[in-house]
Design a protein around this ligand. Structure first.
Ligand code: SF4
Length: 65
């Protein structure tokens, strides 16, 4: 996998570090969900924020660990 890319168990795709961080900013309610639209388009995915809230804290890439 390319450097800076994460195999993301939440969306079942490789996403970049910045996308992972932004997903978690939304999951932790630091920023509004609207910012995810760009990532969803870029990767052609649908991000379930509730699922992110459950899955991300136990992921090795979790940025706030
Ligand atoms: S922390 Fe969440 S968004 Fe980041 S790679 Fe893991 S599952 Fe994906």
């Amino acid at each position: 996998m390319e450097e800076g890319m994460y195999g993301c168990p939440l969306v079942q795709k490789a996403i970049d570090e910045g996308a992972c961080y932004e997903i978690n900013l939304v999951a932790e309610r630091y920023v509004k969900k609207a910012i995810l639209g760009i990532i969803e388009k870029q990767y052609d995915i649908c991000i379930d924020v509730n699922k992110a809230h459950e899955i991300c804290p136990s992921c090795i890439r979790y940025p706030f660990g």
